[in-house]
Design a protein around this ligand. Structure first.
Ligand SMILES: Nc1ncnc2c1ncn2[C@@H]1O[C@H](COP(=O)(O)OP(=O)(O)OP(=O)(O)O)[C@@H](O)[C@H]1O
Ligand SMILES: [Mg+2]
Length: 869
């Protein structure tokens, strides 16, 4: 046995091997040591033919799931090695094999998954010439998506996609493994399990083969993958890995969604984090995020889809309008909507249920949940029918299938109170299968069968008092009173003569007896067999069920938008390609919910692609600048997701990307200095943004000395504002009040400030944004509000005064320089200044006085300088 163990282990060196021995999964050697440590199991030993006993520990097979879940969560992989034949009938050593390798990206068990969150595994193919292909799959739902990307900043683009899906496991082709930035993001940021794939699995040819096995070869799929070898390679790499680990035909994976970058709003990891779309920055929790405010979904599928929608805001006005109109229709008919919602309450996680059915791991309870869901669907569908005006809802109505046949089959077959295990019988209902009913009857002492035999024999023999009974000596026998004894037919064998009666046995009764002995085993085996048949029949309907599940998920997400809109007083924004952002009385969707004893003060926003491209926002600390800017970004994101928005009215010109850069101290450390992180993020934004982007820049330059910071802030502002360089809509919060001058110097820039009421030393926050620059930061007053000791406040005031006395001179000089407009082309730039330096050196040079070596040295120096120009 240990030899068999070693052979299996050798094939699965990277996983902890759960080796089935009777009712236990045992682990040996190093695996046992790891598992006993991680799972707090007692470590024992077992003779293994070696001088030392093999370390061993085990878990009961029926409770293995929770142990496996814990190991997976700690980053291990688990290989399940099962007995492949019945130990009772097997000759010699029981055959065993690994039936599945469980990794963090291949979970199917509901107990190991977060119900409102997808669990993606991804594969990446990479080629420096062609670009990168990414494929994401959630095997618990079957959802599979793929994208191909290329061009400048590829690593950044790939990272943005990874941030969207947050895969828990990634299979990388050898070339992809070399992408250090991507690898670092996966391991450090996403704590993703990494798997090195073989190049052979990532080729276009292999990819096409795998695709042929899973996806229907439609013209639209052909068109989608046409000329995308990297994408095909990634799909192939992923599918081949899944088959290697799952050893199952994975029929739930039957639809590939190919998408492109241009279909969705660009949101890089920094923007996702800062805007707190699905989780808050500090704790990573959902509470306090935009999703938390918008999620009123009733089903797990709806919850997962809503999260996906927020991760992928749209950029197509028509698609957005479809969602909006659906939300509006749902808002307009409360009674019907309530009917839909009531129906959704009864809907279980159809997507994951059907995946387990197809995979072959669903138990009776899963099928019963499916039945219950199918019973709830008609109520959803009936109520949905009445919504006029929304094309989208109409489509959903068409796609939702009431699945009566599936429900009927399950209800007829599956026990209404099924056990958890599939090996202990009681899986099927009475009346579903005759043989099962008979066996059950036999087990109960065979009362029904015996009564039937008795009745039949009475009729056959004409003996009215013939009785079928049982005793321990003879087993089953037929008893006839003496007076009728001679009427006993030939097949009766006499066994015993009593005073008033004779007892007989028959071959049928003997057969019955032996059947009873084996009935228990037979029954469980047959029940299991028939259950699998029913499950397979349901699996045949996977397409219909998956389609219905998708439609219900969308309906649920739309209802959630409607409920959030109704609850929080949102309005439908007008979304188009105008480039205008006109929000009246906008609010921050999350902060307004968090404020307990205060009212949120709404504010207007107006920006366009003309004179109002850039808003510089000044104002005291704590005034509400950051809140205001995020509010604008969130409203844009919400609008492009198809949600209504917190405002009195809103007109949102579609943005292709939203970028945020939030002040230095707000960031986590990442192995780089905070200022370095800030600057590289700004660099990234300026490179990637287009004039259709929305930039939220919160206190750029705060992390360095005042003048450097101010200089950088100004230069960045000028770059963002100028149509020649970028001309993107930009909200820029700053405490450098000097930047307010830009309004008069750079076109498209407008000043705003958050007003406060000042009385003596005290200030009151009014939270109102008004045009114009602020005069002061009131930092000391805010510090006082925060409870800094009085002596410190007094001292700060003294220091401030003396600083202000010295400053005017310096400030004036600085202003003079800064207020010089940005150097137009042809004027002195850094490069030109260095050119001057080269010339100056040449001018001073006296060639005759130089030795050849000195001359060569100088030449090198000049060349170096010239290259840097
Ligand atoms: N419009 C508003 N209505 C009500 N309360 C608000 C509003 N805006 C902000 N607040 C409250 O004020 C707090 C501070 O806001 P915020 O962080 O936006 O200030 P800030 O101007 O960015 O400050 P700093 O300059 O220190 O970064 C918020 O946490 C919120 O509780
Ligand atoms: Mg702030």
């Amino acid at each position: 046995m240990m030899q068999q163990y070693m052979a299996v282990k050798e094939q699965n060196p990277d996983a902890i091997l759960f080796y089935r021995l009777g009712d236990f999964y045992e682990m040996f050697f190093e695996d046992a040591k790891v598992a006993s440590r991680e799972l707090e199991l007692t470590l024992t030993g077992r003779d293994c033919g070696l001088p030392q006993r093999a370390p061993m520990c085990g878990v009961p097979f029926h409770s293995a799931e929770s142990y496996i879940a814990r190991l997976i969560q700690k980053g291990y992989k688990v290989a399940i090695c099962e007995q492949m034949e019945d130990p009772a009938t097997a000759k010699g050593l029981v055959k065993r094999d690994v039936i599945r390798k469980i990794t963090s990206g291949t979970l199917l068990e509901s107990t190991m998954l977060d119900e409102k969150r997808n669990n993606f595994i991804c594969a990446i193919q990479w080629d420096d010439t062609y670009g990168a292909g990414l494929c994401f799959c959630d095997i618990s739902t079957g959802q599979t998506q793929a994208i191909e990307m290329f061009g400048k900043g590829l690593a950044g683009a790939v990272i943005s996609e990874l941030a969207r899906f947050e895969p828990s496991e990634a299979v990388l082709s050898p070339k992809a493994m070399e992408q250090e930035e991507v690898l670092a993001f996966l391991t450090k940021r996403l704590s993703c399990q990494i798997e090195r794939g073989e190049e052979a699995d990532f080729t276009e040819e292999a990819g096409r083969q795998w695709m042929g096995k899973h996806f229907e070869d439609t013209p639209s799929l052909q068109e989608d993958i046409q000329g995308r070898p990297m994408l095909i390679g990634a799909v192939g790499g992923l599918l081949s890995y899944l088959h290697q680990t799952q050893k199952n035909d994975l029929r739930q994976i039957n639809r590939l969604e190919v998408y492109t970058k241009a279909q969705f709003m660009g949101l890089d990891p920094a923007a996702r984090r800062n805007l707190e779309l699905c989780q808050v920055m500090r704790s990573g929790e959902k509470k306090g995020s935009l999703l938390w405010v918008l999620d009123h979904t009733r089903t797990a599928m709806g919850g997962r889809l809503l999260r996906q929608w927020l991760e992928k805001p749209l950029v197509n006005a028509a698609q957005i309008a479809l969602r909006q109109n659906a939300v509006q229709a749902l808002l307009g008919d409360r009674p019907r909507r309530d009917g839909v919602l009531e129906g959704l309450r009864g809907v279980f996680d159809l997507e994951r249920l059907i995946s387990r059915v197809v995979y072959g791991s669903a138990n009776c309870r899963d099928l019963r949940s499916l039945w219950q869901t199918a019973c709830a669907i008609p109520q959803v569908k009936e109520n949905l029918e009445g919504f006029g005006g929304s094309q989208y809802l109409k489509e959903l109505w068409e796609e939702i299938d009431c699945l009566e046949d599936v429900a009927g089959l399950i209800d007829r077959a599956i026990s209404t109170e099924p056990p958890f295990s599939l090996r202990e019988g009681n899986l099927l209902r009475e009346g579903f299968d005759e043989k099962i009913d008979q066996l059950r009857d036999l087990l109960k002492g065979g009362k029904g069968t015996l009564a039937a035999i008795e009745q039949r024999e009475r009729e056959r023999t004409g003996i009215p008092k013939l009785k079928v009974s049982y005793n321990k000596v003879f087993g089953y026998y037929i008893e006839i009173s003496k007076s009728y004894a001679d009427k006993a037919p030939e097949d009766y064998t006499r066994r015993q003569t009593l005073t008033g009666s004779e007892r007989f046995i028959t071959p049928e009764l003997k057969e019955l007896e032996s059947q009873m002995l084996s009935a228990g085993e037979q029954l469980t085996a047959l029940e299991y067999q028939l259950f699998c048949k029913v499950r397979d029949k349901v699996a045949m309907q996977a397409h219909r069920i998956q389609r219905t599940a998708r439609a219900i998920a969308r309906l649920d997400a739309l209802c959630s938008f409607a409920l959030a809109a109704e609850k929080n007083g949102y309005v439908m924004p007008e979304v188009d390609y105008s480039g205008v952002l006109d929000i009246r009385e906008g609010r921050h969707p999350v902060v307004e919910k968090m404020l307990e004893d205060q009212l949120f003060v709404p504010n207007d926003t107006y920006m366009d692609e003309g004179d109002d491209r850039v808003s510089i926002i000044t104002g005291p600390n704590m005034a509400g600048k950051s809140t205001y800017m995020r509010q604008v970004a969130l409203i844009v994101v919400m609008a492009q997701c198809g949600s209504f928005v917190p405002a009195k009215s809103a007109h949102v010109g579609i943005c292709d990307q939203v970028f945020t850069r939030v002040g230095a101290s707000d960031d986590l450390t990442r192995g780089q200095s905070t200022f370095m992180v800030e600057m590289s993020e700004v660099a990234d934004i300026l490179q990637k943004a287009t004039h259709r982007s929305l930039l939220i820049l919160d206190e750029i330059g705060r992390g360095t000395s005042t003048y450097d910071g101010m200089a950088i802030a100004r230069a960045v502002l000028e770059y963002a504002a100028s149509k020649k360089t970028l001309g993107a809509k930009t909200l820029f919060a700053t405490h450098y009040h000097e930047l307010s001058q830009l309004e008069s110097q750079v076109s498209g820039v407008k000043n705003y400030n958050v007003v406060v009421k000042k009385r003596g030393d005290d200030i009151t926050f009014l939270r109102k944004i008004v045009p114009g620059g602020a005069d002061d930061s009131y930092g000391i007053q805010v510090a006082k509000l925060a409870g800094l000791p009085d002596s410190v406040i007094q001292r700060a005031k003294q220091v401030l005064e003396s600083l202000l006395e010295q400053a005017p001179q310096q400030k004036a000089e600085c202003r003079k320089k800064a207020s010089q407009p940005e150097a137009p082309e042809g004027q002195m730039t850094l490069g030109a200044a260095m050119g001057e330096e080269v010339l100056e050196k040449l001018r001073k040079l006296e060639p005759d006085t130089l030795s050849p070596i000195e001359g060569l040295g100088l030449l090198y120096e000049l060349c170096k300088l010239a290259k840097e120009c």
